[in-house]
Ligand binder design. Structure first.
Ligand SMILES: Cc1ncc(COP(=O)(O)O)c(C=O)c1O
Length: 385
């Protein structure tokens, strides 16, 4: 029955092979990974990673502030700066997205300051806020009027305030109300951080995220990117004004006291970004959107898919007691899906999260949808007509 941490036997493609604890091998349609644009196995990305491996070796073997910074890391920073195309901005690299959030939030906010989080914030933002020892305030998910009331009650003229939101929320697939949150936050002189983990390279005309899509990229103070999703690698960064990234380079403990990004991944990330910034990225952005619309249309009105507007589609089945048998059933029928239940989501809101990529074809999406709908019938979460 045990379906979590199941070893995958190859790259995160639309179809994957896994091996269960029993030794049994299964071939599955993957709707479970964040390899949104398929760059983790793109031949040019792999070649760039191999080239970097040959030159720089396996690991950076040093903290970025001591001896772990390579020419390649500087090149990645430069590419990210060019991708956003905003003068005066810089990049601070981290070896994970989690590390970027805990490092940036705890470097920027300290005891006596205030971190204001969306109630559905990712654990890495929450942990960064806890580590910072600042006072933590929450606002209702995406509710800028509530945020306004929260900020209005604070001593905002004399306190450093950091407001955090996300581009796309990974449990619900809904989009952050970034423009409204920026507008309200600026009224109170607060700094705004947008975690674009699930939206960079995908949302916005040029793939610069939901902040671009909502026309507020130049008003957002800090953009967090993770390289583990649409980039297909691992790592993360802060993109912000250069004085801020310089400061974070020296004061983020998760950067200072952790090894720099590994060279092969860094080489691959540079190539993925180059591709994403050109026609390849443009075509993939169009495909991922039409694939997500297609799968949503197949599931909508038959199962509860919440308020998904993105490439993440939750199918809410509710009762957490179903999680293990449902997950077992989905694997046996041929779908690799990501199930989430309490405490990752509130009680009775357990869900199958489906991650759509630009690389799925219609047949794979159809087979995936058919299995989800069969499961809904069997486990009793098909919506009444
Ligand atoms: C919104 C968000 N931020 C940060 C992270 C952490 O990123 P990483 O897995 O690259 O450490 C995740 C990971 O799922 C995430 O969903």
């Amino acid at each position: 029955m045990y379906t979590f941490q199941i070893p995958h036997l190859g790259a995160q493609r639309p179809e994957v092979a896994v091996q269960r604890i029993s030794g049994e091998k299964l071939d599955l349609i993957s709707l479970a990974n964040y390899n949104y644009l398929g760059y983790s196995y793109h031949p040019e990305v792999l070649q760039a990673a191999k080239d970097a491996l040959d030159i720089y070796g396996l690991g950076a073997t040093g903290s970025p502030v001591l001896n772990g910074t390579f020419r390649l890391h500087q090149l990645l920073e430069q590419k990210i700066i060019e991708f956003f195309d905003m003068p005066g901005y810089g990049v601070s690299l981290f070896s994970s997205g989690y590390g970027a959030n805990i490092g940036v939030v705890s470097a920027y906010a300290h005891k006596g300051d205030i971190v204001v989080l969306d109630r559905l914030s990712h654990a890495s933002l929450v942990d960064g806020a806890i580590l910072s020892q600042a006072t933590i305030k929450l606002f209702k998910h995406n509710d800028y009027e509530h945020l306004d009331r929260v900020l209005n009650r604070l001593d905002y003229k004399n306190t450093r305030i950091l407001v955090c939101t996300e581009g796309v929320y990974s449990a619900d697939g809904d989009t952050g109300h970034v423009a409204d949150i920026v507008r309200v936050s600026k009224k109170y002189g607060a700094t705004v951080l947008v975690d674009e983990a699930h939206s960079l390279l995908i949302a916005g005309e040029h793939g610069r995220g939901v902040s671009e899509e909502q026309g507020v990229l130049d008003e957002v103070d800090m953009i967090i990117a993770t390289f583990s999703k649409s980039f297909g690698g691992v790592g993360g960064c802060l993109y912000a004004r250069e004085d801020l990234t310089n400061y974070v380079n020296w004061y983020a403990r998760s950067r200072m006291f952790s090894c720099a990004l590994d060279p092969a991944v860094t080489g691959g990330l540079i190539k993925a970004l180059e591709l994403a910034g050109g026609p390849d990225g443009q075509a993939k952005r169009e495909r991922i959107r039409s694939n997500a619309d297609y799968l949503r249309a197949r599931l909508k009105d038959k199962v509860d898919i919440g308020d998904s507007h993105s490439w993440i589609i939750p199918v809410i089945y509710g009762d957490e007691h179903l999680t293990i048998p449902l997950s077992d059933y989905l694997q046996r029928q041929g779908v690799d899906a990501s199930l989430m239940s309490f405490p990752a989501v509130p009680k009775n809101q357990s869900r199958i999260r489906l991650f759509v990529t630009s690389e799925h074809n219609q047949d794979q999406l159809d087979r995936g949808a058919d299995i989800i709908l069969q499961a809904a019938e069997k486990f009793g979460f098909l919506l009444d007509k």
